[in-house]
Every structure is written in C-alpha cells, then in structure tokens.
Write a protein that binds this ligand. Structure first.
Ligand SMILES: C[S@@+](CC[C@H](N)C(=O)[O-])C[C@H]1O[C@@H](n2cnc3c(N)ncnc32)[C@H](O)[C@@H]1O
Length: 397
C-alpha cells in the first residue's frame, strides 16, 4: 500500500471495491481476483482492496469487531497492540487523572483508539506518513476523530507542553521487518524514549517482553502482560503512575489476574514434590516466581529454574499444574524405555534449564502407544532430569 492507494480506498469507489473484496477474500487469491474483475473493478484497485480485506480478516484476532472497518499496513498490524491490552492500559491512564496523552509512534493507532475510547484527548504522531494516514483513517472510521489528532512527524520534534502524559511504543524492527533486541536500535532510539521520563512525569513505555530489568527507570513499575499464556508486551509505568515495582497481568477471555511484588524475592528451594507448576510467562518475566510460589506453598528444585513444586494441587490462574508420575535422571535410553513401559505415544515436551533440542528428542524417542504424557526436561539440584507428568485441572490455560 502507498498513500495514493489508501486515498483511493477512502473514496466511495474504493469503499465499494473493499466491500466486494471482503465478500470474496476467503476464496483463493486467483478466484477472488477474478470475482472482482467480473465486477469491473480496476486491477490495481482490486489488488489493493483484496490485500486490505485479507489484513482485516487477520486483524480480527487483535481488533475483534473493529477490524472489518479499519485499515492496515502489514507491518502496522504486526506491531499493533491487541485492543484488549490497549483498553486496559488506557483505562488505567484515565483513572490516574490523565486527560491528554501524546502517543509518540502511534502506528495504525491501536493505543490511540483505546485512549480516545477511555475519554482521553490524544496527540498521535508517526514518522511514517503512510502509517500516520492509516491511523487517521482508523480514528475516523471508528468515530473518534474529534478526540484524536494524527500528524505525520518525528516524535523527537513534538513539543510536550500541555500534555498530561506521554505514551511511546518504539518500533523494534528494522525496515526489512527483522526484530531488533538492542534498545539503541529502537526507533525512536532509546535515549530519546527513556529521556521522556524526565520530560513528562506520567510516561508509559511499551516494550518487548524480553526487555532487560536493568533498563527499568528508578522508581518505575515494570509490568508484563500475557494473553492466553502468550507474553505479549512489557510496559514501564513511570513517575506517579508507578504503583508497585513489578506486576504480571494475565488476560484470559474476560478474566484478568494480576500478581505484584518487588521482583527481588527468592523462592525457597527444596526437593522435587508431587506436583509441578509451570508459571505463566508474564510471572516469570516479571521476576515474580517467589510471589507465585508462596500462593501455592511451593518451592523450586533449582534456584535458577522457574518450575515450582508442591505437595498438593492448588487451583491457580498463574500457571499450569502437572502431577509428576516419575522422576528420571535424563538419558535418552531411560526416557525411551520409561515411555514405552507406560505406552505413552502422545507426548508433549516442555523444558526449562535444559539445552536439549526438543524436536530432535521427539524423533529419537519414537514414542508409541495411546497414552498421553508430558515430559518435562529440567535440572534438579544441578542434575539434568526428566519428569513424566500428567495435567491436573484446566487452570492456568
Ligand atoms: C511499535 S509501532 C507502534 C504501534 C502502536 N502502538 C499500535 O499499537 O498500533 C512503532 C511506530 O513508531 C513509528 N516510529 C519509528 N520511529 C519514529 C520516530 N522517530 N518518530 C515517530 N514515529 C516513529 C513507526 O513508524 C511505527 O509505526
């Protein structure tokens, strides 16, 4: 897509082409293209509309019912915050008394839309003119243009006088789409991003889940968010927005579960016990394993590995629970014969603290039989260990 093509999509003729494309977008691309040609839609418009229709369908996972009226670039959709996550952030910002927010690097507008819906006025900017135009189209399509101004400009040029809060979700990809992990390669760059916390006390930064705890500004809250067990982002809540040092927020359907703490507690260490908990990634990333272990009266079997062991299964939303049926020192031969003895042909392999190549192990084990087992590869008091397990309940899923 480019600016001209977006402009065409926004005309009545473009809207008609897009509506037609959405009707046929589930067919294979050739059939869909000929269906649009049969309606005398010009080839270039047909191609643009079809791409957009496919992106809208893909966007439903993040944007739900809004997706069919929104506009996307491929990169913009990939980088966009899920609507549910953005809505929680926006509600928290609104509850803090914030009335105006600058969204620096707004992408296709997922966060800006959520801020507006939470009642905030939004000054949204994106350095990429097409992305900014897409955000503007989205804000208009969702009836929020009176609350959101979108400008194509470099975030570093934006004056921040008069905004109550600033939100920045820097791009963490190269122009070719490769992910970057080094904050100095973020765009806008890290020194600008972190400098925002000095300029506007109420700063919220959205970052990749792998962000280093050492980068959390002094006194800020670092939050990790998971959606159905997948860790989707970290967010730093700075200045007066910080409530606790560390927070794990788990979203599952309509349920929200939060665990908070210092991020510095160490869980007690003990032997392997009958039940094993695999904590949600947000809990692990937030360094809240000790806080979680306390909720299930659990211990670690290795101080550096985030598996928690307990004598009884406590229902918990913070991790999945497995019953350990056998503990083996790790060896391919022993594991294979243990699985054969149990007729376990359907195996799930999980690991923490093990360098074993899971796919290769699965091939080497050649499991046969109808029984289902989870094989957990880990270390116990430093020794490579395999735990044969069965799931307990559905909590934490
Ligand atoms: C991760 S995306 C933002 C996604 C957005 N929060 C959403 O949920 O839709 C980062 C955006 O920052 C923009 N960007 C990168 N460098 C920028 C800069 N110096 N000034 C303004 N925007 C910038 C990119 O074009 C990209 O759209």
């Amino acid at each position: 897509m480019n600016l001209d093509r977006l402009a065409t999509l926004l005309t009545p003729e473009g809207a008609e082409a897009l509506a037609a494309a959405m009707e046929v977008s589930e067919r294979d691309p050739l059939a869909a293209t000929s269906a649009l040609r049969a309606r005398a839609i010009a080839p270039e418009l047909a191609a643009t509309a079809l791409t957009q229709a496919v992106l809208r369908r893909r966007a439903e996972a993040k944007f739900g019912a809004d997706a069919p009226v929104m506009f996307f670039t491929r990169a913009g959709l990939e980088q966009a915050t899920r609507a549910k996550v953005a809505a929680r952030r926006a509600a928290r910002l609104a509850a803090s008394g914030t009335r105006t927010v600058a969204d620096l690097g707004c992408g296709v507008g997922a966060d800006a839309i959520a801020f507006a819906r939470a009642g905030l006025r939004v000054l949204a900017v994106d350095a990429d003119p097409l992305t900014a135009a897409v955000a503007a189209a989205n804000v208009a399509a969702l009836g929020l243009a009176d609350r959101v101004s979108v400008t194509a400009m470099d975030a570093r040029e934006v004056g921040l006088d008069g905004v109550d809060a600033v939100f920045c979700d820097p791009a963490r990809r190269t122009t070719s789409g490769r992910r970057v992990f080094d904050p100095t390669a973020f765009s806008p760059p890290w020194d600008f991003v972190i400098g925002l916390t000095e300029r506007v006390p109420r700063t919220v930064l959205k970052l990749a889940p792998g962000i280093d705890h050492a980068l959390v500004p002094p006194g800020a809250e670092a939050q990790w968010v998971s959606v159905r067990g997948e860790v989707v982002e970290a967010a730093f809540w700075c200045g007066p927005l910080a409530e606790v040092p560390r927070r794990a927020t788990l979203l599952r359907g309509d349920e929200v579960h939060e665990l908070t703490g210092s991020g510095e507690e160490l869980a007690p260490v003990g032997p392997v016990r009958r039940y094993l908990y695999d904590p949600d990634g947000a809990v692990v990333r937030a360094h809240l394993v000790a806080e979680f272990a306390a909720t299930v009266d659990g211990t670690l079997a290795d101080p550096t590995i985030a598996y928690v062991y307990a004598d009884s299964p406590t229902p918990t939303p913070y991790g999945r629970c497995l019953e350990i049926v056998e503990v083996l020192p790790f060896s391919l031969k022993r594991l294979r014969s243990a699985l054969r003895a149990r007729g376990a042909g359907r195996i799930t392999i999980a690991k923490r603290g093990s360098a074993v190549d899971v796919e290769r192990l699965r091939r080497d084990l050649k499991p046969v039989g109808d029984a289902e087992l989870t094989v957990v590869l880990t270390r116990v008091a430093g020794a490579p260990t395999a735990l044969l397990c069965t799931p307990v309940g559905q909590w934490g899923r």
